[in-house]
Write a protein of this length. Structure first.
Length: 348
């Protein structure tokens, strides 16, 4: 077939003639780059496998250095021996704070510290706190033994030994200067109810304060921490530190409640103003007469009901007649209530 015949080769005359038509085979411009792409496609698996093996090797080589734990302070400071601190307090169970860190509760033995200067605070609830500046050198061991306030025992006996008193003689009369101990829980003057001036923990006195109580009007009954302690004005000594509820009350007046914080070696003052409560009283005198309330004349020659507002509480009502005499009666007016009284002078 004509289509299958090869292209005719140009003769030498046609090649030498520049004006004659000639034919040359077509070459794609991407032919030179296609060889590199075919080479990459042919060896892609080998290249990928080699890169993965190289990455795994690098990870295994550098992993111990990158993932290993950072050296501790003790390992970095092997050239300096650690210092230790021991703290024992009286009483025990005190919190120890070294710098800004809490070291624990006493007793503490051989607490490790790097060499340096520290502020050591020993705090015991209800007893206060003690501060100490401590400088530790390398390898030094320090010990602190703070003792909070305590009562010194008399000479000749230990602090744990109670004072011995001679037995009373059967023939000796009772001294008039001796006063019996108050009953348990009974309010005592100038002290908190149930609180003794002696130390509560054997030989160590707790931290206490003073409380002054005042009210307007005076002679108001005071309840301190649920116990009645007397009337105002009053002063409570040796009150343990803490927060307490105080209530003031008086007949014919409203009740006032307060909350007070007692701090160590300080005096707290609580004042209260009680509002007076009122009621109404109606009085009728028969056949007629003058009306007096608490010796103060309120109505003269009255034969109708007399109505007035009075402070809540007890009052004395008196009716007087020039011919029938007088009659008195005690009346209690309740707050926000009305009390009616009829006084018949003819029944005397």
């Amino acid at each position: 077939m004509a289509d299958d015949a090869p292209f005719p080769e140009p003769d030498d005359a046609a090649r030498s003639d520049p004006d004659s038509a000639s034919w040359e085979p077509y070459q794609s411009p991407q032919g030179s780059r296609g060889g590199a792409l075919r080479l990459l496609r042919r060896h892609a698996f080998s290249i990928t496998a080699g890169a993965a093996a190289l990455a795994i090797g690098l990870l295994i080589y550098f992993a111990p250095t990158r993932l290993g734990p950072a050296p501790s302070a003790s390992q970095s400071d092997r050239g300096q021996a650690a210092s230790t601190l021991s703290v024992s307090s009286q009483p025990s169970s005190a919190v120890v704070i070294v710098g800004a860190d809490t070291a624990g509760v006493t007793p503490i033995n051989d607490y490790p510290l790097p060499p340096g200067t520290y502020l050591v605070t020993v705090d015991r609830a209800n007893y206060g706190s003690l501060d100490t500046v401590l400088t530790l050198s390398a390898g030094q061991s320090a010990a602190l033994a703070p003792r909070f306030s305590r009562d010194e025992p008399p000479s000749g006996r230990s602090s744990d030994e109670p004072a011995a008193s001679p037995p009373p003689s059967p023939d000796a009369p009772a001294s008039s200067d001796e006063t019996p101990d108050p009953a348990p829980g009974r309010p005592t003057a100038n002290s908190r109810p149930g609180t003794s001036s002696a130390a509560t923990d054997g030989d160590i006195a707790p931290v206490t304060g003073t409380l002054v109580l005042r009210a307007t009007p005076e002679r108001a009954t005071v309840t301190f921490d649920g116990e009645e302690v007397g009337g105002t004005p009053a002063t409570l000594d040796e009150v343990p530190t803490g927060t307490y509820d105080v209530t003031f009350s008086r007949s014919g007046y409203g009740t006032v409640a307060r909350r007070v914080d007692i701090t160590a070696s300080d005096t707290a003052t609580v004042t209260a103003t009680l509002e007076q409560q009122t009621g109404h009283l109606r009085v009728l005198v028969r056949p007629w007469g003058s009306i007096y309330i608490d010796d103060q004349r309120r109505a003269e020659n009255s034969d109708v009901w007399y109505d007035t507002a009075l402070p809540a509480g007890a009052h004395t009502v008196t009716a007087r007649h020039p011919a029938l005499g007088e009659q008195s009666r005690s009346v209690t007016v309740a707050p926000q209530d009305t009390q009616s009284v009829i006084m018949d002078l003819r029944e005397q």
